[in-house]
Design a protein around this ligand. Structure first.
Ligand code: ASP
Ligand code: MG
Length: 411
């Protein structure tokens, strides 16, 4: 008998029939003798609907505390419905909101971080044979305010709960049957991975693969929670996210990620003197705009160009923030492009192999895809390309690194 934390996403609980289906799925685990703790998201589309209402009623920025009270309500609905459905299948179940469990977070509304989880209330339910159906995404701060963990945050709720309960496994039950070598909607030959390391998954999630919330992977890695992504609707083992085994031959590249929603800004003719990078980027981060890749060219005639990328939704605001700064530092001008995308190759095998970058760049050159920016880490290489070439780039790299079905993985 093992203790399993199962998280069901929005599509899995998208309507009443699906909720009944989830109840039956949980019953099958119970019938096998497992102990199950369940975490659920809001019904699909619900959080968006709530956010839109909050934005519509507010003049200017909606109040962050009230926004959390509002958006956390989506999960309150789904835990109640699923508990009822479980009870109807003969399973003792109880809905648990974050403050009833004791999911304690800091007070950063809209992006709160979990500080501590009390395990007693859930343990009590387990001892009584009751399935706890826990609201994902929400938490409670030290003053009793409702907080939320950020969009997609119920993955993190589930992993944190699994860590706190020392569960045998945390299953993320979703509408895809695992983690793929590339987005199967873009690449026909994309393959489900049997396993992927925490490190690779963290890169894939941060670089655009939407299957898991990056913070949940970080958490799982830190606390060594065995994490599995699998389908709610079809049987199958899914993808196990696990630690790297040193004796295993790792493929050079394990997966290709892409992110479409990027934009690039160049401040040109900037005086090449100390402090310039912080003069430019300081106000951008003060405006709460996340900067991703940064490139500064070598100066010519005491001037340099400074280029960086931001999320496309922040593009206009970033440019507006920079205009006065550009004048103040006497830069020549600002140019930008919001039709770019980021394509990345990820693999722990890269650590022990040279020449991966060359192989990647040759492949893109062969397809006539121009690389605009490059950034690397030990286990990933990302490039910025024009958005219109993104799909071509992903497909070409997928086949270049032999990721398709049936290809041999060792290099
Ligand atoms: N319901 C929240 C959202 O849509 C949390 C989640 O689904 O993980 O972002
Ligand atoms: Mg989700």
């Amino acid at each position: 008998m093992s203790l399993i934390v199962q998280k069901y996403g929005g599509t899995s609980v998208g309507d009443l029939d699906r909720i009944k289906g989830v109840a039956l799925r949980i019953k099958r685990y119970k019938d096998k003798g497992h102990q199950v703790v369940v975490v659920v998201s809001a019904m699909s589309g619900e959080t968006n609907r709530l956010v839109t209402m909050g934005e519509e009623i507010s003049v200017g920025q909606p109040n962050a505390r009230e926004m959390d009270v509002l958006t956390a309500s989506g999960e309150q609905v789904s835990v109640a419905l699923l508990s009822m459905a479980l009870q109807d299948t003969g399973i003792a179940a109880k809905s648990m909101l974050a403050d009833q469990v004791g999911i304690k977070t800091n007070s950063s509304h809209g992006r709160a971080r979990i500080a501590e989880i009390e395990v007693e209330p859930i343990r009590k339910n387990l001892e009584a044979g009751i399935v706890s159906v826990v609201a994902g995404f929400q938490g409670v701060d030290s003053k009793g305010n409702i907080t939320t963990l950020g969009r997609g945050g119920s993955d993190t709720s589930a992993v944190a709960l699994a860590a706190a309960l020392e569960a045998d496994e945390c299953e993320i039950c979703t509408d895809v049957d695992g983690v793929y070598t590339a987005d199967p909607r873009l690449v026909d030959s994309a393959r489900r991975m049997e396993t992927v390391t925490f490190e690779e998954m963290l890169e894939l999630a941060s670089l655009g693969s939407k299957v898991l919330h990056p913070r949940s992977v970080e958490f799982a890695g830190r606390y060594q929670v065995p994490l599995r992504v699998l389908s709610t609707f079809e049987p199958g083992p899914g993808t196990l996210i696990t630690t790297e085994e040193s004796n295993m031959e790792q493929p050079l590249v394990s997966g290709i990620a892409h992110a479409r929603d990027e934009a690039k800004i160049t401040v040109s003719g900037v005086p090449d003197i100390p402090g310039i990078a912080s003069k430019i980027l300081g106000p951008v981060s003060d405006a709460d705009i996340e900067v991703d890749m940064i490139v500064q060219n070598t100066g010519v005639d005491g001037l340099t160009d400074f280029t960086f990328t931001v999320k496309r939704q922040d593009y206009a605001r970033a440019v507006a923030t920079l205009e006065p700064i550009c004048k103040a530092i006497k830069a020549a001008g600002i140019t930008g492009d919001n039709e770019i995308a980021k394509v990345s190759i990820v693999g722990v095998g890269m650590r022990s192999h040279a020449g991966v970058a060359t192989k990647m760049f040759d492949c893109l050159a062969h397809e006539n895809v121009n690389i605009q920016m490059i950034s690397t880490s030990e286990i990933k290489i990302s490039v910025v390309v024009a958005e219109k070439y993104m799909e071509l780039a992903v497909r070409a790299l997928h086949s270049e690194f032999g990721l398709q079905e049936g290809a041999s993985v060792a290099e």
